[in-house]
Write a new protein. Structure first.
Length: 373
């Protein structure tokens, strides 16, 4: 069990929504954390000073949480210990078991991960061919390389959500249970039902950027929720760029039709035609549409980088996502200026040299951190 699972069980327990089976799971971890606590003191690979600091921190966590009256003293104590132990996993070399019972794998910051309904997470290796199973052992999806495919066979009559997260420097493809295809760009996540249900809208939740090819179904509208922007379609191909840090959320329609609407009451909706881009200003909550060359906005799926009328600061942010690096901009003169730029699937050093010669900047590379001057 990982930290997210444990936190979810704690939350359900405190709200009175934990099932008897979940209470038993929590009690089992009560016992296992007690054992881990003892093993920590005997672990010769952890220095005495480090043991002392960790155990002092555990006690602080217990003291801090002891005011929560809904927990019994013992469960609270070991839940707090468990959270801290999981938070210092590299000391105890703890592994995260996936829900299929496969051998454990370490969660890495640059890994593609799949979060299950109960909060557990599974690392998705990009070259794997495996079946994804639910807690009851039933297959809900199959992975083939860089694509995860859900079928209509999932045995559920309730909305059960999975969340696919793609880190910086990577991309991944997903096929939903209705046949809709989603291509996720770096630094993006998509929350979606394991199975779309009869008589209900098909709603998914996007953070970041994705290109979607939605299967037509006039009875079940497909809705993409991207923060405060709702995109409703029946069947179409379109690109959504909705990273939290960007000033606008952009939708570029390649085929079909989509309707854009905000969450605020009384907002007008916008019907987008193929070949147009609709932009939602997060600050003013206004929509703007204009005709564009759609291919410019979908080249990221092939690994290319194309920037049109984009601020230098936003260009650097996209480079961070694409190459999985940290970029510190000390050239404030260029931050808000807008530029056009195109790069193929070039190495980062070539992109930086191009920016240097074109925009008269300088840069320094230290490991995965680039400083722009």
């Amino acid at each position: 069990m990982n930290k997210e699972q444990l936190l979810l069980l704690i939350e359900k327990h405190l709200s009175g929504k934990a099932t008897p089976e979940e209470e038993k799971i929590l009690l089992r971890y009560y016992n296992s954390f007690q054992k881990d606590h003892i093993e920590l003191e005997k672990d010769s690979l952890v220095s005495d000073d480090r043991k002392k600091v960790i155990l002092e921190n555990i006690q602080k966590e217990i003291d801090k949480e002891s005011t929560r009256k809904l927990w019994t003293k013992e469960i609270l104590k070991y839940a707090a210990i468990g959270i801290l132990l999981l938070g210092t996993a590299y000391f105890f070399r703890m592994k995260v078991m996936d829900t299929s019972g496969n051998p454990p794998s370490e969660l890495r910051e640059n890994s593609i991960t799949l979060e299950m309904e109960n909060g557990s997470r599974k690392v998705i290796a990009e070259d794997a061919t495996i079946s994804i199973k639910n807690f009851d052992g039933s297959v809900i999806a199959n992975q083939s390389g860089n694509q995860l495919m859900y079928g209509k066979e999932a045995d559920t009559e309730e909305l059960v959500y999975n969340t696919l997260r793609v880190p910086y420097g990577k991309k991944f493809r997903l096929m939903l249970s209705d046949g809709t295809k989603a291509h996720l760009n770096a630094g993006s996540s998509l929350k979606y039902p394991v199975k779309f249900l009869q008589g209900m809208e098909r709603r998914v939740y996007l953070t970041g950027e994705a290109f979607l090819e939605v299967e037509k179904d006039s009875v079940h509208p497909f809705i993409v929720n991207a923060e405060n922007l709702n995109i409703q379609v029946l069947g179409t191909k379109f690109n959504v760029n909705a990273y939290p840090e960007d000033e606008t959320a952009d939708v570029v329609l390649v085929e079909g039709s989509v309707q854009l609407g905000g969450k605020a009451q009384g907002m007008d909706s916008v019907l987008l035609k193929p070949g147009f881009k609709g932009s939602y200003n997060k600050k003013t909550q206004d929509f703007d549409t204009k005709e564009v060359i759609t291919g410019i906005y979908t080249t990221w799926m092939e690994g290319d980088l194309v920037f049109r009328n984009m601020t230098f600061q936003n260009i650097l942010k996209k480079l961070e996502r694409h190459y999985d690096v940290v970029i510190i901009n000390k050239n404030k003169r260029l931050s808000s200026e807008k530029f056009n730029a195109s790069f193929g699937d070039d190495p980062l050093i070539k992109v930086l040299e191009n920016l240097k010669s074109t925009y008269d900047i300088d840069f320094k590379i230290e490991k995965n951190q680039i400083t722009i001057y």
